[in-house]
Design a protein around this ligand. Structure first.
Ligand SMILES: [Zn+2]
Length: 340
C-alpha cells in the first residue's frame, strides 16, 4: 500500500478568489496548495478589459504572502459586447490566459454573461486563431429546463455545435457533473478537455437534500444523481489527459449561504488536495493522481510543467467547522491524507 506520494507541484485550473476582504482571506489557501491557478473573472463588475485584468492580478499578488510561490492566471469575462481585439491584445500581453463563457444568469455574478453564443462568434474565431482557450460554464439557463438537466442539454444545444463550428478552438468544459459531459469530452477531439471539482467526486444530490437542506453542499452546477458522480469520478481517475484538476472553490460568507435564497458555491481550497487524493485512493488510482493534478492541465494550456514537488502521506487532516466566516467543504470531517 502506498502511504506516501510525492508529485510535481499541482495547479488549480478553476478557482474563485473574489476581491477585497474575501480575496485577502481565501487567496493564501489556494497559494499554499497550488503553484498556479486559473482565477475566474466573475467579480462585480466582472473582469472584461485588459486594464481590469492587470489590476486584478496585482490585487491577487498583493493578497498572497511573499514567501508563497504562486502565479495567478487571469481570465477575461465574455459578454455580448466583448471586442475580439481586446481579447487578442490581453492574450498577447500575457494578461489573459483564457476567456470565460458564462451563459447569462447561469451562476454567481453571471448577469453580464453571454445571451447567445452567436453574439460572440467573431471573438471565438479570433481566439481559435491565436490559441486562446475558451472556458465554459456549461449549463443552459432557459427557465423551462429542469436544473438537473441543464448541463446535459447544454451539450446538445450549444457545445456540440460550437465544437463542430470551430474545430481548432481549445475548450475547457468546466466543473463537469454528469455522465453525458464526461462522455462528450472523452469522445471529443484533443482540443476539448474538462475540469473536475473535489465535491463532484465525493457527493451526489443526497448530500444537499436528505435529512434537511444543506446549503453548504449547494453549488452550480448542482450535484447530480449517484450514477453521474461515479461517471465523473471514473473520468477523473481514468488517466485521460482530457480531465484535470479545477476546484471551483467558491467562498461565500456563512450568512449568505444559510439564507432563504442561499448562494451557490463550495469553499474547498484549504484541503483540496487532501480531498482529491482521498477519492483517487478509494478508487485504487493513486498512480494517476499526478497526471490529473499536475500534468494534464499545463499540457492542455500549453504551459510549462511546474518544477517543484509536494508530498502527501496517510494521516489525519481534521477539517474545521469554520474558516473565518466561511464553512469549508468536508467541515467537521477527518480526511485520511495530509500534506507533509
Ligand atoms: Zn466556477
Amino acid at each position: 500500500m502506498t502511504d506516501r506520494l510525492t508529485i510535481r507541484r499541482p495547479d488549480d485550473w478553476h478557482v474563485h478568489l473574489r476581491d477585497g476582504a474575501m480575496l485577502a482571506h481565501v487567496a493564501p489557501y489556494t497559494a499554499r496548495q497550488f503553484a498556479r491557478a486559473i482565477v475566474m473573472p466573475n467579480l462585480s463588475p466582472p473582469v472584461t478589459t485588459v486594464a481590469e485584468g492587470r489590476a486584478y492580478r496585482e490585487r491577487i499578488v498583493a493578497a498572497i504572502p511573499a514567501a508563497l510561490d504562486f502565479t495567478p492566471l487571469i481570465v477575461a469575462y465574455l459578454t455580448d459586447g466583448t471586442d475580439a481585439e481586446e481579447m487578442a491584445r490581453g492574450h498577447a500581453e500575457g494578461v489573459f490566459t483564457a476567456a470565460k463563457l458564462y451563459p447569462a444568469h447561469a451562476t454567481t455574478g453571471s448577469a453580464h454573461g453571454v445571451t447567445d453564443v452567436a453574439n460572440i462568434m467573431g471573438v471565438l474565431e479570433r481566439m481559435a486563431d491565436i490559441g486562446m482557450p475558451l472556458l465554459i460554464h456549461g449549463e443552459v439557463t432557459d427557465h423551462d429546463v429542469d436544473i438537473f438537466d441543464r448541463e446535459a442539454l447544454f451539450i446538445d444545444r450549444t457545445l456540440a455545435p460550437l465544437v463542430a463550428r470551430l474545430p481548432e478552438l481549445k475548450i475547457v468544459f468546466e466543473h463537469i457533473t454528469t455522465a453525458e459531459a464526461a462522455q462528450f469530452v472523452a469522445d471529443a477531439p484533443a482540443n476539448v478537455a474538462a475540469t473536475i471539482t473535489p465535491q463532484h467526486l465525493h457527493i451526489n444530490r443526497n448530500a444537499m437534500l436528505v435529512g434537511g437542506i444543506r446549503p453548504h453542499a449547494y453549488c452550480l452546477p448542482v450535484a447530480k444523481r449517484e450514477h453521474h458522480r461515479l461517471a465523473v469520478r471514473a473520468a477523473a481517475t481514468s488517466g485521460s489527459p482530457k480531465f484535470f484538476l479545477g476546484t471551483d472553490s467558491a467562498p461565500h460568507a456563512v450568512h449568505t449561504k444559510e439564507a432563504p435564497c442561499g448562494c451557490a458555491g463550495i469553499f474547498n481550497a484549504p484541503f483540496a488536495l487532501e480531498s482529491y487524493i482521498a477519492a483517487f485512493d478509494e478508487d485504487g488510482a493513486l498512480d494517476r493522481f499526478e497526471g490529473f493534478a499536475s500534468e494534464h492541465g499545463p499540457r492542455f494550456y500549453g504551459l510549462p510543467l511546474n518544477q517543484g514537488t509536494i508530498t502527501l502521506e496517510r494521516g489525519a487532516t481534521v477539517v474545521p467547522d469554520r474558516i473565518g466566516d466561511v464553512v469549508p467543504f468536508h467541515a467537521g470531517e477527518t480526511l485520511g491524507w495530509r500534506i507533509v
